[in-house]
Design a protein around this ligand. Structure first.
Ligand code: MLT
Ligand code: MN
Ligand code: ZN
Length: 310
């Protein structure tokens, strides 16, 4: 499999349009050690020809233009695209809005949990994707689905599974108590497999907690892309950016007693890469103590254009 990180930032990107935090100001002014990042998405291909998007970010147009493999083939038809499917891990703005960029009567397939598809169904703007050309397929949880595009099977298998998390911000229902009406399938992780090659990786860009079922599932994985939203739970409060903790947003932190570095350390995972990194996160500063601690703990910090082959 060829895996490309199209966008390694969380919602808002890096820099975020209205943010003058230390990180955003630094990257905007071109300070060494800071690198701009677009919003959360990966692309995966078995053969380098047909590609599957894992989430469709609001920056998708830029990401396609920055990634030659995803552009129209110069020797192809007037209208052609190597993007054959998009798999959605939740209904967050940073993960679904790119679908709108994929209008223009181009066939491809959309996959998501019943919860995510229900959100698309309720928002009529997504009808800009003609369902006869862009069918929506429900990903059953905990059972493998072979992905297929408009021209047939893509040779990739996805197993979706619910992870601890929260319903998308704009779907929160305050009357539903602490979990805002979140249900299973609002946030999913993906095992992505090439059955012919016997390779597999995990993609979990949003996750509130590494609970025992999740730990068991990813134990001894060879490759994991994981939620790197915040370094510390209260970093946005401390920086005066937003009165919300990571826990309130449904994101586990990188550091700390209940952080992902600690939770994953005993799991024997081969390669661990943070994605969905919020602009407040100090690991975005290549010269920070937080970055050093993260890399010393065996994690890589994902960046746009990063490519991994399995
Ligand atoms: C998140 O990851 O928590 C969301 O993308 C936040 C948002 O919708 O702004
Ligand atoms: Mn997000
Ligand atoms: Zn910022």
């Amino acid at each position: 499999m060829i895996i490309k990180v199209l966008g390694s930032a969380a919602g808002g990107g890096f820099p975020q349009w209205n943010c003058n935090c230390r990180n955003c100001a630094s990257v905007r002014s071109g300070k060494p050690g800071f690198r701009a990042r677009t919003q959360s998405s990966l692309a995966v291909s078995r053969d380098g020809r047909d590609w599957v998007l894992l989430n469709a970010s609001p920056d998708l147009r830029q990401q396609i233009n920055d990634t030659p493999e995803l552009g129209s083939a110069i020797d192809g038809q007037h209208r052609n695209s190597p993007i054959k499917a998009a798999v959605l891990t939740n209904g967050d703005v940073d993960h679904i809005i790119g679908l709108i960029n994929l209008r223009e009567m181009q066939p491809f397939a959309v996959y998501g949990s019943d919860r995510v598809l229900a959100t698309l169904d309720k928002n009529s703007v997504f009808n800009v994707l003609n369902r006869e050309m862009v069918p929506r397929h429900e990903l059953a949880l905990d059972s493998p689905t072979m992905l297929a595009g408009p021209d047939g099977p893509l040779g990739l298998e996805i197993e979706a599974f619910a992870v601890p998390g929260k319903v998308a911000l704009y779907l929160e229902d305050a009357s539903q108590g602490d979990n805002f009406g979140s249900k299973e399938g609002d946030t999913i992780g993906l095992a992505v497999r090439d059955p012919a090659a016997g390779t597999e990786f995990f993609y979990i860009p949003g996750c509130a907690e590494v609970d025992p079922p999740l730990a068991r599932r990813i134990e001894n994985a060879s490759l994991l892309f994981f939620d790197g939203t915040l370094f510390t739970d209260d970093e946005m409060l401390q920086a005066g950016l937003m009165p919300k903790t990571g826990k309130r947003m449904g994101h586990i932190s990188v550091s700390g007693d209940d952080g992902s570095i600690g939770a994953m350390a005993p799991l024997g995972i081969g390669r661990k890469i943070y994605v969905h990194i919020n602009n407040s996160n100090p690991i975005l500063d290549e010269n920070s103590d937080a970055r050093r601690a993260t890399e010393t703990a065996g994690w890589e910090v994902g960046y746009d254009g990063m490519e991994v082959r399995l």
